[in-house]
Ligand binder design. Sequence first.
Ligand code: ADP
Ligand code: MG
Length: 745
Amino acid sequence: MGGAPPAHSAAHLRRGRKGARVASPAVTGPEHSRPAPPLTLAELDALPVSRLRGVGERKQEALAEVGVRSVLDLLTYYPRRYIDRTRQAAVGDLRPGDEATVVVEVLRASTQRTRGGRSLTHVEVADEHGRRLRLGFFNQSWRERQLQRGAEVVLFGRVEEFRGRLQMTNPVVDLIGDRTARIVPVYPQSDKAGLSTWEIAGWVSEAMRRTEARRIADPVPGDVRRRFHLVDRHEALHLVHVPDSMEAAQRGRARLVFDELLRVQLALVERKRHLEATLRGARHDVDVGPGSLVARFVDGLPFPLTAAQRRVVDEIRRDLEQPHPMHRLLQGDVGAGKTLVALAALLVGVQGGHQGALMAPTEVLAEQHHLGIRALLEGLVVPDDTTLIGERPVRVELLTHRTTAAERRRLGAALVAGQVDVLVGTHALIQDGVAFADLGVVVIDEQHRFGVEQRAALRERSGENTPDVLVMTATPIPRTAAMTVYGDLDVSVLDELPPGRTPIHTVWARDESSEAAVWAHVRDEVAAGRQAYVVCPLIEESERVEAASAEETHERLVATELSGLRLGLLHGRLAAAAKEEVMSRFRRGDLDVLVATTVIEVGVDVPNATVMVILAADRFGIAQLHQLRGRVGRGAYASVCYLVGAAETPNGEARLAALAATTDGFELAEVDLDLRGEGTLMSDRQTGRNDLKLASLRRDRAWVDRAREVAFELVGEGGLAARPELAAEVDLLLGAQDTDFLLRS
Ligand code: ADP
Ligand code: MG
């Protein structure tokens, strides 16, 4: 490295090819001899790839198709893997059945039509010792053009034996061109766009060479780099693109992974700090000692709080004590007892004279919460000097779309007058223009997406102070993922189930004979006085089709497998009143079996139900299955969850096997992350450019922790504004939309 000729300097790069004969700053005399400062990412982003040799209009378009427009894009277009030429198998070592990577040269290729009308391309290749291997590609006649005589390629595939000769069918092919390095980076290629991995490698090396003189700026302080043994950024990019060993590539990768995660954490920590600095929360009476409303509530319960519940209530109490509003995510597996924690939070608000709101995702759940909370708060009183005895019962009201206009007016007046203490409703509450006298605490059940907009809507509802917000979810998120996606929230975890739960036994009924046993068990349980759910296959395309299919299933079960039992049907297309009617009949025990779509996914709480039958279970995701299973095992009786049907994909197989193996939501969340990848998770939240190109929330767990630690250090008291270089990078790479608050602070 080093010693790049002036014509390759970054200054030249900036002027483009036409300026090649203009002397570079390094040789124009003493007044210019001060070295130019290192190149920032923004500067690299301002350089179009067309400045690189060999990137003409056509290649420029091809690169744009894979999202590469600037030199920065190119330098962050990372190799998808590396080939260590010295460690590849030779054709002579291959055994039928092996999955192997070999480096070979193309001898010839030809295409023929099969009788079935398909095309079959045969390619003859040989390794450096001349040992031959035959490749077959079906319906890929373009391979003939791709695999020209003499081309050097890397193959990955399963070795087969055919008529005594070794062959591979449809192997993964990477053309590596005539690159002689020991370690060959393989870039994601695009056959469609007509980009080859060696072309990309060539442009990347040129860009690296031409940034050599000024080098690429590194805004991460030296002490942080030393603490985690990180190379500087220029070096890291060099190692990732032009490594001389696999270890070197790993060292480069570690640094760039850290950068990606650090930027995300900086944005999140800064947002958190910014909100804390600018928003005022309600002033609360956080006394939970003897005689307080919260203590009277807890003492009145028929059971003690679990240690986890006590810990989380205390975390919330400390949040409420702060001058800035709480924004906390409470994760707790199904049945962990989140409702009591929510109530304790709401009551801290109420005892200080504020109002509380609890929002559920569906009307069914809102109504259920309303009933449950009324029962739990029965007999609790708050001071009220307008009454004769100076106190009145805590008042809990329900507001949903079913509330009549007259009732709505009456409720609205009571809310504004501060006579309602806790309002229960759906998530639509905050959009509905409901005005409170003094909203202090808001609990949002079964949702973790509660963004900036909703917060703004809340602020409008509640005057000068921003209410404290507790968001609850029973969909566990692995810790590092939670930190990355919801890192601007504080997170509490209820990691303990109340005692006395009977664990749910999960059975995967793969075939028809085991399905018969499922219905027999449902009949037995009903005969013993218990109840069951049957969840119909998930049909994503439309609620209408799904409802129709649920109706069919219901009819079939009534006529055959479950004839003679009392069956109810619940799906999304029913009117709200009809839904509630079915639910309350099931709750009262007037129905034995509830045939339903996923509308019962969350929150439904009927302790007498002991069987959950999920039809075509492999159509559901892990989190959904776990939620559905959580509808049983809520009482003292042993419960069973049946996953019915064979899995149609290896992924489905893995999901159902995981469900059958564990009831631990966090373990399942990890499996889910492994199976689905983090893409889905990030897209829930991330807007703008996705900056996680190298980092994996699974593989790089430890780096998530370190990045978060460093982000808190760097943001510090002064905010990210005190670190302008880093702030600029966050803004550049995470998109202004998500981070415009950085500029305002
Ligand atoms: P979730 O976390 O799924 O919302 P809930 O709050 O609905 O759980 O609680 C599930 C059930 O557990 C309820 O019937 C509730 O009364 C009961 N429960 C909650 N906390 C305790 C506890 N500490 N001891 C015993 N039972 C509890
Ligand atoms: Mg709940």
